[in-house]
Design a binder for this molecule. Structure first.
Ligand code: PGA
Length: 249
């Protein structure tokens, strides 16, 4: 059985007091599913969030990290720094990192390696832009993003990798991929894994969908056979909405 996961990507939202308050309301929510629940606060609030979520079953994850272990990289944080405060999972390759911070497949391959070398779990994000989909190139783009950043890895590494398909045109736009579009792409992703690593890997990796998931559409998206959960932006900032999504399986 693949893990079902709902991860909230808070992006650059919530200061320290707001982080405390949102975690308090998340802890008061009732969870009625087996889904793993994760939240990704901004890096300055990670340590505080780890403490505030202790014993709640909510895992605190990072939104990004650098590939180097330490050194002259002003403003950056490393895998071992995250580990040292109890953060064991990192989101890598989010489209906003790719677009606004010029993260390339090559850089992301190094970040994935650094995370795995530090025994971290990776939520690896990718997805096509609107122009790619209009041109019918979405599978080529997604296939290349996966191959370029991950296919140097051995099969065992996929025990620590969660994939998140996030079509760029659906992120923060209110426009969601239809459940069928999500399913088609997730099936393609699994086939891509299967072609390279075989069925055992392809069937065991959780593939999340992200892009304007909300309480109103989560159930239909999560009902698709190859969709194992969601990476949630906007709707993760409200405890009620986030848990309505967690409980949508
Ligand atoms: P959204 O963001 O849910 O606000 O569309 C998703 C994401 O960027 O992970």
């Amino acid at each position: 059985m693949r893990k079902q996961i709902v991860a909230g990507n808070w992006k650059m939202n919530n200061d320290a007091a707001q982080t405390e308050a949102l975690i308090a309301s998340l802890k008061s929510q009732e969870k009625t599913t087996n889904a793993e629940v994760m939240i990704a606060p901004t890096s300055v609030n990670l340590s505080q969030a780890v403490k505030a979520t202790e014993g709640s079953g909510i895992e605190v994850v990072a939104q990004n990290m650098h590939f180097a272990e330490n050194g002259a990289y002003t403003g950056e944080i490393s895998a071992s720094m995250l580990k040292s405060i109890g953060v064991n999972t990192v989101i890598l390759g989010h489209s906003e990192r790719r677009e606004y911070f010029n993260e390339t497949d090559e850089m992301l391959a190094k970040k994935v390696d650094a995370a795995l070398a530090n025994n971290m779990r990776v939520i690896f994000c990718f997805g096509e832009e609107l122009a790619d989909r209009k041109a019918g190139n979405e599978e080529t783009v997604v296939g290349n993003q996966i191959k370029n950043a991950l296919f140097h890895l051995g099969a065992d590494a996929f025990e620590s990798i969660v994939l998140a398909y996030e079509p760029v045109w659906a992120i923060g736009t209110g426009e969601t991929a239809s459940p069928e579009q999500a399913q088609d792409m997730h099936a393609f992703i699994r086939k891509t894994l299967n072609d390279k690593y075989g069925a055992a890997v392809a069937d065991s990796v959780s593939v999340l969908y992200g892009g304007s998931v909300k309480p109103a559409n989560a159930q239909e998206i999560f009902s698709k056979p190859d969709v194992d959960g969601g990476l949630i932006g906007g709707a993760s900032l409200k405890a009620d909405d986030f848990f309505a999504i967690v409980n949508a399986f």
